[in-house]
Ligand binder design. Sequence first.
Ligand code: PFF
Length: 461
Amino acid sequence: MTASQDRGQFGSKIGFILSAAGSAVGLGNIWKFPGKAYFNGGGAFLVIYILLVALIGTTVMLAEFVIGRHTHKNAIAAVREINAKWSWVGGLGVLTGFIILCYYCQVGGWTIHYIIGYITESKTIYADPMNYFLTMLGANGFPLRGAIIFPLVFLFLTAFIISRGVAEGIEKMSKVLMPLLFVLLIGLMIRSCTLPGANEGLYYMTKMDFSVIGTNAILTALGQAFFSLSLGMGVMITYASYLSSDENLVSNTGIVCCLDTLVALFAGFMIIPAVFATGIDPGMGGGFAFATLAGVFSSIPGGTIFGLLFYFLLFFAAVTSSTSILEGLVAFLTEEKGWERKKTLVGVSVILYVIGIFYTLSQAFMNIKGIWVSRAGVEFPIFGDFLEYLTDRLLLPLGSFGVVLFVGWIWGTDKAVQEATSNGKYKFALAPVWSFLVKIVAPIAIGAILVAGMFMGMAIS
Ligand code: PFF
């Protein structure tokens, strides 16, 4: 039996939706989004974000879905089947996925570190949350747990789920974890919004002061939307390739984008009111969901259980996303190179694990020693920030740019709409609007973020 005959398939519509939403809902929603909303103007940022998801995010996602479902192939083979010259679009996605997964597994490992920390040493966390975070990264010696042990556990779990295949692994996991994630998130949000002093945070998150929205905030929102919706790296192409031809891609796109955005908003309304209620100064970057929030939990009633549940939430979100990235990589390597699935999994995992270790080590450097590497008068960010810049600012937008140009101008929107409607089986009243967005609006918007990413460098975040 050849690899392509051996392909998996989602067993049900809900399984696909929860798996695609599981890929989209991840560390991006809970670890990155609230911090970005906080530092870019609160309520006004939320409005900009929602508009961009509605206009550009849904457009790119449907474009990825149609490519994948039309061909039933991994990202590279899918694009190649339609036009061989454009297979770089899929190839770029696979490369981006690999880079993201290197650091994603490290941060995923940190969530496990905190879950165990809340169970076994919550007093140490409470004594000094920032020190606990920095120790995990290596402030007091080599970060054995933060860089080596827990990321390995996280990666092992991810690889184990993938080894079980699409329906038995990804779909089953998503059906259990995604509903749990929603319940946890809503419970935590209610807890946070009812804290004494939470009103100020609620006010901040609903304040419509558009004077604070500049180019940076818009580009940040767009970059965040790509990352959060898992666009630009072929994962949604790969997932849709496991979908049967009579599923409604248009409604699935709407549902997945809504779920992902809802989770980001809920996470914002879970985190920001709690930050305001406790008056803890929110630090930037990765420390936000770890050091800052651990500080928040330590100063509210019932904080230990609140904290424990929060890190479970973060872990569920992370693992349903990391599996999607690894699946994209493995699908490519097994189908294109003919490698055996389990061996491929082990090989890829080992390589990305080793590279990922340097992410945590470089975070330690930056957070603890404030070191920036300076060469020839130019400040180079260290490895961790550089990886995020490379993926969020350049590679993901470039991948999405390729997808919309490919669907809009090479394959053609007429054929894409045929696929989107399952050859006319489903109504798609907005097809002309979508075609216009794919051909014109999305390439311009994505082109802008790419150019800004190249010229403004890492100034935007
Ligand atoms: N969307 C995920 C998140 O928000 O954390 C991250 C991600 C997963 C990005 C899969 C890209 C991807 F292909």
